[in-house]
Design a protein around this ligand. Structure first.
Ligand SMILES: *Cc1c(COP(=O)(O)O)cnc(C)c1O
Length: 458
């Protein structure tokens, strides 16, 4: 019996040509880019795994929506459609459009954090952390310890450590905590899912202390699919029912629609409390635009309304998570280490284990990303010491907990043959792993250096 991993629930109608440069050309391009994948032109990349954010392929229905999108300044048809769809899916009474996830954070978080000192999350995504800090508070991560063991199997590595959460509330004082945030899936822990049981427990703790409970919902649909597969209570539930259970009694949510709503730009805020929503609307008008368009074109709003429905289709999700599982199974066969079990949007290859001879200060995950480009024109990125940067006080290179090379998979974009190219490239690299050398930085800005730094091979 052959296992059919992920029957694509679509066929291809429009294609975007790709070219594969020769190895000599790729070696020249990456050297010209200062050995930094962010400086490569996309035309020189064969398979682009830099991010799954805003890089998905829209459906014929979404593209048709682009044509009928209503560009009225106020009260456009698409505004009502996205309102109705989002309220039905999430079950919160108030919904505000914004242009992307960080805009939702910018509008909502200062409302919740006014006069407060802390936000606690299973793990803050980096823009979420930034907006907590811009609002004058500190962001505390509280993920379960299982998340830190890359090889041990655990169903819900994204969960909140609820015992530690209660401890934090006791130590810091509930009155000082402005919000408790559940990020689903847990992006920074490798796209790892969170169980509904853990969401409920966290919400109960928050509410017992009078603290608002917020969901960072970027990958809520992928999370629901994992719940369906792994949490016995939901084995027979539909994705819609799991989403309802996920958002039940949540006070608010922020969402980057560039992920599970399968659009190239867009975001949402959801609220249950009318007073908070009034503040959200006011801030939205100042920062994003009038409430019925929220910084978006009507055509993009229409595509978002349609994408919200497609993102929770179970056949689509089976294919989507199936792609990750297929790639992970190929890596298992080849003995290539990664954060296991694989998450919902990316495979995080463990470069520390694959290139153990390269120390953190010579950037093993960056070295692996460069090898992937040289080997097959694949663009992945470093989630390790290169990204972490230097200690702001001492200027010394920090050592990251993990050295991951992240392969983020765009939605509905690449085929199984592309996944095979990725796995084959990693297999080839593994064969010559011992000869791969690290890098040193020759030029770097003081903050967020990984986007623009220049490197040289050692
Ligand atoms: C992408 C993302 C954001 C930020 O959204 P943008 O649309 O990129 O601004 C926030 N939280 C999580 C978990 C994300 O993955």
């Amino acid at each position: 019996m052959k296992t059919i991993y992920f029957p694509e629930p679509f066929r291809i109608k429009s294609v975007e040509p790709l070219r594969m440069l020769t190895r000599e050309e790729r070696e020249r391009k990456i050297a010209e880019a200062g050995y930094n994948v962010f400086s490569l032109a996309s035309r020189d990349v064969y398979i682009d795994l830099l991010t799954d954010s805003g890089t998905g392929a829209m459906s014929v229905d979404q593209w048709a929506g682009v044509m009928v999108g209503d560009e009225s300044y106020a009260g456009a048809e698409c505004y009502y459609r996205v309102q109705e769809t989002a309220k039905r899916i999430f079950g919160l009474p108030y919904v505000q459009l914004v242009h992307q996830g960080r805009a939702a954070e910018k509008v909502l978080l200062p409302v919740l954090l006014q006069g407060k000192k802390y936000a606690i999350s299973n793990m803050h995504f980096d823009t979420t952390r930034a907006h907590v800090e811009l609002a004058g508070a500190r962001a505390i991560d509280c993920v379960v310890p299982e998340a830190l063991d890359t090889t041990a199997y655990y169903d819900f590595k994204g969960n909140m450590d609820t015992a530690r959460l209660e401890q934090y509330i006791k130590e810091l004082g509930a009155e000082n905590i402005g919000v408790i945030i559940m990020t689903i899936t847990n992006n920074s822990a490798g796209g790892q899912p969170v169980s509904v049981e853990n969401i409920r427990k966290t919400r109960e703790i928050a509410h017992a202390h009078g603290i608002p409970f917020m969901i960072d919902a970027a990958r809520y649909a992928e999370n629901a699919y994992f719940v369906h597969k792994r949490e016995p209570e939901f084995a027979d539930s539909t994705i819609e029912e799991i989403v309802k259970a996920t958002f039940e009694d949540a006070d608010c949510f922020t969402m980057s629609a560039k992920k599970d709503a399968i659009v190239n730009m867009g975001g949402l805020i959801g609220c249950r409390n009318r007073e908070i929503f009034e503040l959200v609307k006011q801030r939205c008008i100042s920062f994003e635009g009038f409430i019925t368009y929220g910084g978006m074109s009507g055509r993009d709003i229409e595509a978002l309304a349609r994408g919200l429905k497609e993102g929770i289709d179970e056949n689509y999700l089976r294919y989507r998570i199936g792609q990750m599982e297929y790639l992970a199974a190929r890596l298992d066969e080849a003995g290539i280490p990664y954060q296991s079990p694989v998450g919902g949007h990316a495979v995080f290859v463990d470069a520390k284990k694959l290139l153990p001879h390269i120390p953190y200060y010579e950037f093993p995950a960056q070295a692996l990303a460069i090898e992937l480009y040289k080997e097959a024109g694949i663009r992945a990125c470093d989630i390790g010491s290169f990204m972490l940067g230097n200690d702001p006080d001492t200027g010394k290179q920090l050592e990251a907990e993990f050295e991951f090379t992240r392969l983020a998979i765009p939605r509905r974009v690449y085929t199984q043959s592309h996944l095979d190219v990725i796995a084959d490239a990693l297999e080839n690299i593994k064969e010559r792993a011992g000869r791969i050398r690290g890098y040193r930085i020759v030029e770097e800005p003081p903050i967020l250096r990984h986007f623009t730094a220049k490197l040289l091979p050692l």
